[in-house]
Design a protein around this ligand. Structure first.
Ligand code: F0G
Length: 351
């Protein structure tokens, strides 16, 4: 039986037999070949989608949260705290519930997708809605964790990165080798750093012989890394990555430089177009932030940056059901018909 990432990758993680393992059996997510999406863009690459929405709370955060909560408990913490654009709070709330530990989550008011809010509420976290954006929430949470006895479980917590790096191991195992390119959305910049750490450790351990290029993608209105400066008022439809001052800024730039990768920018229109394509061409429903990675790939392919035959993985970081409201804004005119066969058939274009 799969028992989660700590059990599976214990030799690569800072845990001992005394560490209580708090797990929801996260990880082991599908890596799906995406030939129809590839063909739609006349690419001669091998394209795979890593479906992190298949984690227990619907995002990649669970890989890091199993580590963060296990270590917090080992160290005797009675409460955990995080700032979040939504997914971190959902995951922290769920793992804290499982650990019997208090969770306090601080989110920007009115800027979190409804599915994510519902998770924090259902798992019994204390939900603080801040009159301010994510960056402000992060600053406040940092201050609270320094002043009071609460464990900070944002991705500045090194145990989060340790857990999240396991996704890189999994991709290498699933492909039986390293990919050539990894396309990944960037918000607070922890995940791209975690993946790079994972790929490097797997190579050092002799499990793979090469390293991929890390291709990070931000939304146009929230692109501090590519602008090279803090964005005071970040704005994008992809609320998960609506971040103007990422905590792991330096680590992310190092990952990109060391891997000879790139940090790029896509518009909201490109994000929404990729979001719809992945759902309609491959049957995979991801959230808008995840689609930023696919939009980035489409852009790079158009610019001829990806050599034929390259093995490419896009990280679909979260499940589409997290944010049904954005999906519904894209709905075509809805058919409402009288309850009889002829009217229905006519509406179906069959009558
Ligand atoms: N994709 C999704 C679905 C996310 O929720 C996040 C971050 C990212 C990508 C970016 O990852 O921050 O490691 O660069 N969400 C955080 C949160 C900020 O609070 O849930 P990152």
């Amino acid at each position: 039986m799969w028992r989660g990432v700590i059990d599976q990758y214990r030799e690569f993680l800072p845990v001992t037999e005394r560490t209580p393992v708090i797990t929801l059996h996260e990880g082991n997510t599908p890596l799906i070949r995406a030939d129809r999406l590839r063909e739609a863009h006349e690419n001669r690459i091998e394209l795979f989608l890593k479906c992190e929405g298949a984690n227990p709370t619907g995002s990649f955060k669970d890989r890091g949260m199993t580590m963060a909560l296990s270590k917090a408990l080992e160290e005797g913490a009675a409460a955990v705290i995080c700032a979040s654009t939504g997914n971190t709070s959902a995951s922290a709330a769920a793992y804290a519930a499982r650990a019997g530990c208090r969770a306090i989550v601080v989110v920007p008011r009115g800027q979190v997708a409804v599915g994510k809010l519902s998770q924090a509420i259902m798992h019994g976290a204390m939900l603080i809605q801040l009159e301010g954006n994510f960056d402000k929430a992060l600053e406040i949470v940092k201050g609270v964790s320094e002043k009071f006895q609460v464990a900070w479980v944002n991705s500045v917590n090194p145990f989060r990165i340790e857990g999240q790096k396991t996704a890189a191991f999994e991709i290498c195992n699933q492909l039986e080798g390293s990919p050539d390119f990894v396309f990944i959305p960037v918000g607070n910049a922890g995940n791209i750093s975690a993946y790079w750490k994972g790929f490097q450790e797997y190579r050092r351990a002799g499990r793979v012989s090469r390293l991929p290029r890390m291709m990070g993608w931000q939304a146009e209105g929230a692109a501090p890394l590519s602008l090279g400066r803090v964005v005071e008022h970040p704005e994008t439809v992809a609320s998960a990555i609506r971040i103007g001052n990422p905590a792991s800024w330096k680590l992310a730039l190092a990952a990109i430089e060391e891997s000879q990768g790139e940090i790029g920018v896509v518009s909201d229109a490109e994000i929404l177009s990729a979001y719809r394509q992945v759902a309609q061409v491959e049957g995979i429903y991801c959230e808008p932030a995840s689609a930023a990675a696919v939009a980035g790939l489409i852009k790079c392919s158009r610019e001829g940056k990806i050599p034929p035959g390259a093995r490419v993985v896009c990280i679909l970081t979260g499940h589409g059901l997290k944010d049904p409201e954005t999906a519904i804004t894209l709905a075509p005119p809805l058919h409402v018909v009288e309850a009889n066969l002829d009217a229905a058939a006519q509406a179906m274009g069959l009558g």
